[in-house]
Ligand binder design. Structure first.
Ligand code: MRU
Length: 358
């Protein structure tokens, strides 16, 4: 059994590569793609070979190093060239702010490079920063697990949506890190994984990842969650985030908003689990979050067979926004913000939040 991971850099900055587990093939095939060209990494992000907000931030950061290998090393051209490549990579997927956050961080880091650095030194300096992003993400995942685990009571039913685990981050995940921490702590609980239409990240990735880790996981179609709650089999909902606005409004995989409405109706606590890199405090509320729309075939012909009439008009937003008032709390690497608001989030993130690409 291979180790589960999302991305892994191998080698130095000049000749190294980015290994990426192709998530579109899971769970039937575990294939690692060795990538050395930035446009291949960008394609992998667009086609969801790598996906999940923190993981695409990491992949984007490493892709920028691959892109920078081809930049002319004169001061006039390097910095605008790097910024242009960062912007091109950032446009791969619009909703998860982690991509813009990681790229912005590398561009800002490069702007503080001492004068006279060689190409190799400059690339190595960027690579070191990308590795730091990975190390920090790993640590943040671990902390979210520690802060969230006490919410899982012995015997609880815990429902999740999409995939927010090892495959979606550089560490244990966000919502799934909470489950992993509780499991390691010996707390018995049952995970319920929403299938997550249309691309089945819950069925293909979460169910696979949790089962492999020895966690008791049951798969259900998205439309079954309300009945499960009515039957009192769900004690807690844990989801991730692609972008959280200053007031706590949270964009996450399509279907998350519906789940929050159901949880509210049934009195089930609904927690978002996300690191500080998933916040966008430049947005006052969720109305400004760009929502990615994906192609119709993902719904009409998702896995190689038409399941709808051809040419039928389709609406396929990949994410929705859950209003803060439906969120019981947000678990970050710093702790839990209960009943999130502009004031409580600003206080919680004081000093750590960094903007993305401007
Ligand atoms: O389209 P995807 O698979 O990238 O969507 C992923 C999600 O919505 C996750 O819940 C989110 O990115 C958080 S991952 C820790």
């Amino acid at each position: 059994m291979t180790t589960v991971f999302s991305t892994r850099w191998v080698g130095d900055a000049l000749s190294g590569r980015l290994d990426l587990l192709d998530q579109t093939l899971l769970p039937s095939e575990e294939r690692v793609l060795p990538l050395t060209i930035a446009s291949d990494v960008r394609e992998a992000i667009v086609s969801l070979r790598v996906r999940g907000a923190p993981a695409i931030g990491v992949a984007g950061a490493y892709a920028l190093i691959l892109a920078a290998r081809d930049l002319p090393l004169d001061d006039e051209a390097w910095s605008p060239g790097l910024a242009q490549q960062a912007d091109w990579l950032n446009r791969a997927r619009p909703t998860a702010v982690n991509l813009s956050w990681a790229l912005g961080r590398l561009v800002r880091h490069d702007s503080t490079c001492p004068v006279g650095f060689t190409r190799t030194q400059r690339l190595e300096r960027l690579l070191a920063e990308a590795h730091t992003i990975v190390a920090e993400d790993r640590a943040m995942c671990a902390s979210m697990g520690v802060h969230g685990a006490p919410l899982i009571a012995s015997g609880a039913g815990v429902l999740t949506h999409c995939n927010t685990g090892v495959l979606a981050t550089a560490g244990d995940g966000t919502a799934l890190a909470v489950m992993y921490a509780a499991h390691r702590g010996g707390v018995p609980f049952r995970a319920y994984a929403d299938e997550t239409r249309p691309l089945l990240q819950g069925a293909r990735l979460t169910a696979w990842e949790l089962q492999r880790a020895g966690i008791d996981v049951t798969l259900l179609c998205d439309g079954m969650a309300a009945m499960l709650m009515k039957q009192k089999r769900v004690d807690l909902v844990l989801v991730g985030a692609d972008r959280i606005a200053a007031n706590g409004d949270t964009a996450n995989k399509i279907g998350t908003y519906g789940l929050a409405v159901m949880a509210h109706y049934h009195g089930v606590p609904f927690y978002v689990v996300a690191p500080s890199s998933s916040f966008d405090l430049a947005l006052a509320d969720g109305s400004g979050i760009p929502i990615e729309e994906r192609k119709a075939e993902e719904i009409t012909c998702g896995f190689g067979r038409y399941t709808a009439p051809q040419n039928i008009p389709v609406y396929n937003p990949a994410f929705d926004v859950t209003p803060a008032e439906l969120i019981t709390g947000i678990i970050t690497e710093r702790g839990i913000v209960e009943r999130p608001s502009v004031a409580s989030i600003a206080k919680h993130l004081g000093g750590v939040w960094q903007p993305g690409l401007s």
